[in-house]
Design a protein around this ligand. Structure first.
Ligand SMILES: Cc1cc2nc3c(=O)[nH]c(=O)nc-3n(C[C@H](O)[C@H](O)[C@H](O)COP(=O)(O)OP(=O)(O)OC[C@H]3O[C@@H](n4cnc5c(N)ncnc54)[C@H](O)[C@@H]3O)c2cc1C
Length: 225
């Protein structure tokens, strides 16, 4: 630990020479999933992805590269858009327009039937975030990831029977939860796929298995795939 940090803690009542440091763990990166080219354009023409959603900073990177990748990516995408007449004038091809219209209609339709669910929005929200923290956090195993994926898919398919909004002020949260569940499905699917390909513990998570062999002392008691 560098000296500045030692002083910083000292000023906040923690003497690193004497005291144990209380720590907490959080997810620092998402590392994307959308492939982009050197203009940060995805394989859907006119659709750009910058930041964590693209994850061009990569899994192993020098510290600080994520923010830089976001800034560089945004600038490159903006420059490209400014020079591409089709994109900068906002022209969409017909198939894109139709896809957007169809989706917008489906989304509006969703709210129309949003008062028949059995759970309140806040209850469903807590359940979704608790499930993701438990199964998709930094310690994961195949059975729990699969169970969480099945449950998430079930809620998405039965969203209208599951969640209820009581007044229009909850509309944005109703959509936000739906979006969150979709994102959870994407990430759980990716985690499960990784597990099915015999992926094991690495930088972002520890994968445990009830049938795996016990790790040695160095591995702090975790059981690996
Ligand atoms: C604790 C921590 C420390 C970090 N330290 C560093 C560091 O030292 N150096 C470094 O380079 N990087 C660091 N990072 C990573 C860096 O912060 C991220 O890579 C960067 O902020 C990602 O930018 P982004 O715009 O892609 O995503 P975000 O900054 O996450 O922005 C996404 C935005 O979208 C909003 N949003 C999400 N869903 C919806 C929705 N459905 N509708 C509307 N809005 C929505 C969110 O509220 C958020 O404002 C750190 C990250 C964390 C968590």
């Amino acid at each position: 630990m560098n000296e500045l940090a030692i002083h910083f803690y000292q000023e906040h009542g923690v003497d690193l020479y004497q005291d144990k440091l209380e720590i907490a763990i959080c997810a620092q990166h998402n590392n994307g999933g959308l492939a982009v080219d050197h203009h940060w354009q995805t394989n859907v023409k006119g659709f750009f992805a910058v930041g964590e959603v693209a994850g061009t900073h990569g899994v192993t990177r020098p510290g600080g590269s994520a923010l830089n990748a976001g800034q560089v990516g945004s600038t490159r995408a903006a420059e490209y858009i400014a020079h591409d007449k089709n994109i900068s004038t906002g022209r969409m091809n017909d198939s894109m327009k139709n896809a957007c219209r169809e989706r917008a209609e489906q989304v509006i339709q969703l709210l129309a039937g949003a008062n028949h669910g059995t759970k309140s929005l806040s209850e469903a929200w807590k359940e979704a975030t608790r499930r993701m923290s438990q199964c998709g956090g930094m310690i994961r195993n195949k059975e729990e990831v699969k169970k969480a994926l099945d449950e998430t898919e079930y809620v998405l398919i039965n969203y209208l029977q599951y969640v209820s909004v009581t007044n229009i002020s909850q509309a944005s949260l109703f959509y936000h939860l739906y979006d969150t569940l979709l994102a959870q499905k994407v990430y759980l699917t990716s985690m499960y796929d990784y597990l099915m390909r015999k992926g094991g513990s690495r930088g972002s998570a520890l994968y445990t298995s009830s049938t795996g062999k016990k790790a040695g002392r160095k591995d702090a008691g975790f059981v690996y795939m």
